[in-house]
Design a binder for this molecule. Structure first.
Ligand SMILES: *Cc1c(COP(=O)(O)O)cnc(C)c1O
Length: 238
């Protein structure tokens, strides 16, 4: 058994345990393997262990890996999620190659993705990144602006608004961490009550997935827990 295969088993065990603890169905929480900084061979190992959805932060690195995997595993059904901050001059390769973008936090980015999504591809699946803990220089739409952005994005052609993504700061206790995630859950429920039919609440990473599951996460994004530790330099810009 490879290390990545064993790591994947351990992450699935953690998901099973944390779901059981709060009475949730483990099938309601998807695992996104965050492969940033890891090479195409690592993605192949995860794929061979049954993992099909991968997250990338950097456009250039992500598009290269997508091309590499097309050659290495031409018949595999892979799903690629862009989860890093997106500049408006870098939307085209994302619109042309990724399946999901989870880091949309302003209308201009969504409009460009909508215009640039090739008509012969399935709709680009979108999550809005929301800044739940208010750091002024953090990515993510402010909660007070979320409703208007969600409505506008939901009306754009070739995009399908699926839900919300958030990356709260680390909190000192499980309960404090869960309460930060709960802010996103409250916003998610509000948007659904307003009729948006969202099904994806993307939150929780290697260090805090239990708290995210307790708050209602439907997709955890796990990098180090699956692939091992990243080089220090790259971890800090992530
Ligand atoms: C890097 C990253 C992750 C994964 O982080 P780990 O701590 O390695 O699990 C998840 N989401 C986003 C947006 C990231 O940038």
């Amino acid at each position: 058994m490879t290390t990545i295969e064993r790591n994947l088993q351990q992450v699935h065990e953690r998901l099973k345990r944390s779901c059981a603890q709060v009475g949730r169905d483990v099938n309601a929480v998807a695992l996104l393997a965050v492969s940033k900084t890891f090479d195409a061979d690592a993605v192949c190992l995860a794929l061979d262990a049954g993992q099909h959805a991968f997250g990338e932060n950097y456009v250039q690195e992500g598009t290269e890996k997508i091309e590499a995997l097309r050659k290495l595993r031409p018949s595999a059904a892979l799903q690629w999620h862009c989860i890093g901050p997106l500049q408006s001059n870098k939307t085209r390769p994302v619109a042309e190659r990724f399946d999901w973008v989870q880091s949309v936090d302003r209308l201009k980015i969504a409009q460009r993705l909508s215009e640039q999504r090739p008509a012969d591809m399935p709709d680009l699946q979108i999550c809005l990144q929301v800044n739940v803990d208010g750091g002024a220089n953090k990515s993510g739409v402010a909660p007070v602006e979320l409703g208007a952005l969600a409505l506008a994005v939901s009306r754009l052609p070739r995009l399908k608004l699926r839900g919300l993504m958030c990356i709260p700061e680390p909190a000192p206790t499980f309960e404090a961490q869960r309460d930060l995630f709960m802010r996103a859950k409250v916003l998610f429920d509000q948007l659904n009550a307003e009729g948006l039919a969202l099904d994806t609440l993307s939150m929780g990473m290697s260090d805090d997935l239990e708290a995210a599951v307790a708050a209602g996460s439907t997709m955890v994004r796990v990098g180090r827990g699956v692939f091992g530790s990243r080089p220090e330099k790259l971890t800090s810009v992530a």
